[in-house]
Design a protein around this ligand. Structure first.
Ligand code: RTP
Ligand code: MG
Length: 142
């Protein structure tokens, strides 16, 4: 499988729970390399733009309010099949339906505050990586 890059966000609930390192450890154990990273407190505009595809959904306002409620950690993960691999590590959107051992099953409790984001396709990965990082902020490694 080809080497891919995907955009990951550790959401405000997981930052507040102090499990950034535990989540990074899951990425590293799965052979995903962190090739860019920053902590930031999203503005309303940044969160709305990031989740623009969900603009018409009933949960959009709650989602934006949650994503701006505290700091997040944003990273680019690189590795073989990184997009799907990260989605597998995350588990289902609703933590109650997430498989045991996934990040959402272990660190999240509600569908609104579900610990992590991960790009869901090659097209969204490309858009989302560029949304947060310039090319010169990404540090490829072997
Ligand atoms: P994400 O984009 O955050 O990685 O999550 P996802 O792909 O698993 O889920 P998505 O459908 O893209 O939804 C984005 C976020 O919106 C919230 N959501 N709430 N109340 C609901 O029915 C509902 N559905 C989605 C979740 O926090 C989800 O992560
Ligand atoms: Mg999504």
């Amino acid at each position: 499988m080809a080497t891919e890059r995907t955009l990951s966000i550790i959401k405000p609930d997981a930052v507040a729970k102090n499990v950034i390192g535990e989540i990074y450890s899951r990425f590293e154990k799965a052979d995903l390399k962190i090739v860019a990273a920053k902590m930031m407190h999203l503005t309303q505009e940044q969160a709305e733009g990031f989740y623009a595809e969900h603009k018409e959904r009933p949960f959009f306002n709650d989602l934006v309010a949650f994503m701006t409620s505290g700091p997040v950690v944003v990273q680019v993960l690189e590795g073989e099949g990184a997009i799907g691999k990260n989605r597998d590590l995350m588990g289902a959107t609703n933590p109650k339906e997430a498989e045991a051992g996934t990040i959402r099953a272990d660190f999240a409790s509600t569908i609104d505050a579900n610990a992590v984001h991960g790009s869901d396709s090659a097209a969204s990965a490309e858009r989302e990586v560029a949304y947060f990082f310039n090319d010169d902020e990404i540090c490829p490694r072997n």
